[in-house]
Write a protein that binds this ligand. Structure first.
Ligand SMILES: *[C@@H]1O[C@H](CO)[C@@H](O)[C@H](O)[C@H]1NC(C)=O
Ligand SMILES: *[C@@H]1O[C@H](CO)[C@@H](O)[C@H](O)[C@H]1NC(C)=O
Ligand SMILES: *[C@@H]1O[C@H](CO)[C@@H](O)[C@H](O)[C@H]1NC(C)=O
Ligand SMILES: *[C@@H]1O[C@H](CO)[C@@H](O)[C@H](O)[C@H]1NC(C)=O
Length: 566
């Protein structure tokens, strides 16, 4: 998509007023006439916003990209199951219609109640300051998805500070040891172009400031605008360059000005695209997956680092458990050393094992030949550990089976680039299932909500573990009874529109922030609006105990930020 018009604050404001109404009307029209599935089948995710933008500039009626424009199969609505996806006995069955109805339900997204992106700036929003006060240099930290969220937040911080943002440096020392720099992973030119109306961005610190004194800062976690204006902005009196040592969770999830929240979404869902090489390769993987009909992307977070960190040893051999414990004890920045694995698991804090995921998906009714894409690095225990999943779902695929090793060669030694490919295949999947709630799971879930509430089934690990233990004990078998129980538990865990959850009630001080649902997990209400069925403001506090003591909780305290890829 091309945008020629310079978005000066003035022009933006004038054009915004009349066009916003037209665009709003066209959005509704689009929904009514075309249907949601079709609307969001516009294959490539960041294009929605660009389409909207280009419409805004050329004032044309909203036109949907033609199906197949990208050479990709339609994604939702009609089923395109290949013969093998429907077991032969089903096609002979007298209750064929009932069965195919059941099949359709498995792929059907939750009702999205007319929610659509609303990220246009308000009428009082102006372009970046005529004179920037200085430069903001950012060292992103963490794995790919942690860095992505952090970079988006730093754009907002640069705007609050009237700073010129220097294209952020990426973390090269994290657990994942990826040497990629910003332009290897993201489309830097698009990033700068898309943010023209919001903040000044430069590729590197100008020569004359390289030796200038810099104010090194570690911004306080979950800060509001007042913090940046009152505590950080005064630094400009003495310095021209502020160097932020970390980027993760430096901005509050809630209670920020609407324009700042919308800016965060514009960055996350449009400005911060993957580089053309990653983008094209990701699309190709999606295309290949879709040739077999609708597919599930399974974020199987059953990787060595996660198991070592979380202390979850259920189903492992003693030797494996020892290996993982050793890794944990030797990793100095993992603070919790003694972990009761049984206790963790019972409380729902362990990633599901491959076998458990197999039982889970089977119980939900997914047919044996459902294509499943594993979005993950190396699975701990390898093929042997995967047997329980493969025996139930033989059509399990991963990057390495969807593409050749020659095709993957330029990515394989760059874990963040591989993670980016998984991200694309996950966002574009018909159903996304995270086996654990980490940064990647959260980011993908949020992106899918943004794109029209695509189906994301979040396993209730605590409830599931109780059932799995009954299976182990022989009190229950894999059959209709288990299927009904599991289906019931997950009826309302399919990614339907809801407001972002506030802090857990009873938490105080900074714990409140830690227990809030993260901004990019659910951009509703800030960036998603519905004229037809707005969600009523609910109670602000959530009474559902969330995973306070889980790895996630520890993770977001900041001290453990470098272990996680996603
Ligand atoms: C940034 O600029 C705006 C408008 O020019 C001004 O109102 C605001 O106080 C400035 N903030 C800082 C931190 O310089
Ligand atoms: C980023 O990496 C590429 C290739 O590794 C290199 O050509 C480029 O100069 C790097 N850019 C920066 C800003 O370091
Ligand atoms: C671990 O936790 C389980 C369940 O909470 C408990 O039954 C068991 O006694 C604990 N084991 C140890 C060694 O503390
Ligand atoms: C990736 O790194 C390994 C180990 O450093 C090396 O042996 C291998 O050739 C590299 N692969 C590619 C495709 O660059």
């Amino acid at each position: 998509m091309h945008r020629q018009a310079a978005t000066s604050g003035q022009g933006r404001r004038l054009r915004g007023r009349s066009v916003a109404n037209i665009v709003r009307f066209l959005w509704i029209l689009g929904y009514l006439s075309v249907g949601l599935g079709a609307l969001f089948s516009t294959f490539f995710y960041p294009d929605l916003l660009s389409i909207w933008r280009s419409q805004r500039e050329t004032i044309q009626p909203y036109v949907l990209p033609q199906r197949g424009e990208y050479g990709v199969q339609p994604r939702t609505g009609e089923l395109r199951l290949k013969q093998e996806v429907v077991p032969p006995q089903l096609t002979q069955s007298p209750s064929k219609d009932v069965e195919s109805l059941e099949l359709k339900k498995l792929w059907k997204p939750p009702p999205n109640r007319g929610y659509h992106p609303c990220v246009e700036p308000s009428q009082s929003y102006s372009g970046p300051p005529a004179k920037s006060r200085g430069f903001l240099v950012v060292q992103s930290n963490g794995g790919l998805n942690q860095m992505r969220a952090g970079i988006c937040d730093m754009v907002a911080v640069a705007r609050i500070l009237n700073a010129t943002l220097v294209v952020p440096e990426l973390d090269k020392r994290s657990f994942w040891q990826d040497s990629s720099n910003f332009s290897d992973i993201f489309d830097v030119d698009h990033f700068m172009e898309a943010l023209k109306g919001d903040v000044h961005v430069v590729k590197s610190l100008p020569q004359e400031y390289l030796l200038a004194p810099k104010a090194g800062k570690q911004f306080q976690s979950w800060s509001n605008v007042k913090y940046y204006e009152d505590i950080i902005a005064p630094v400009w009196r003495d310095y021209k360059v502020i160097r932020a040592a970390k980027s993760d969770s430096r901005l509050a999830n809630n209670d920020l000005p609407a324009d700042i929240q919308k800016l965060r979404c514009r960055v996350h869902y449009d400005a911060l695209r993957f580089s053309p090489a990653i983008d094209e390769f990701g699309k190709m993987l999606v295309e290949r997956m879709r040739k077999n009909g609708p597919y599930i992307a399974l974020h199987l977070r059953y990787e060595k680092d996660m198991l070592a960190f979380s202390g979850c040893t259920y189903g492992l051999t003693e030797k494996e458990a020892d290996e993982l414990t050793k890794i944990r004890k030797l990793t100095s920045h993992w603070k919790v050393k003694d972990i009761n694995s049984t206790d963790q698991r019972v409380r729902g804090f362990c990633p599901l094992t491959p076998t458990e995921v197999g039982i889970f998906l089977k119980a939900l009714g997914y047919p044996r030949y459902t294509p499943i894409y594993i979005a993950a690095g190396e699975i701990y225990g390898g093929d042997e550990r995967m047997a329980g999943l493969l025996s139930r779902f033989p059509n399990v695929m991963r990057k390495e089976t969807v593409a050749t090793s020659e095709e993957l060669a330029s990515f394989v030694n760059h874990s963040s680039q591989l993670a980016a490919l998984d991200y694309i295949v996950s966002v574009e999947s018909d159903v996304f299932v995270p086996s654990y709630s980490g940064n990647m799971a959260r980011a993908v879930e949020g992106h899918r909500r943004y794109l029209g509430h695509r189906k994301t089934i979040t396993p209730d690990r605590k409830e599931l573990v109780a059932l799995f233990d009954k299976l182990d004990a022989g009190d229950l078998t894999e059959g209709p009874e288990l299927a009904e129980l599991i289906t019931d538990i997950h009826r309302r865990r399919q990614g339907a529109p809801r407001k972002r959850k506030g802090p857990i009630s009873g938490t105080k001080g900074r714990d409140r922030f830690r227990t809030e649902e993260a901004f990019y997990t659910n951009p509703l209400p800030d960036c998603l609006c519905s004229e037809t069925d707005p969600i009523k403001p609910g109670p602000k506090k959530s009474h559902i105990a969330r995973q306070l003591l889980s790895c996630d909780g520890l993770q977001s305290r900041g001290s453990l930020s470098i272990w996680q890829r996603h």
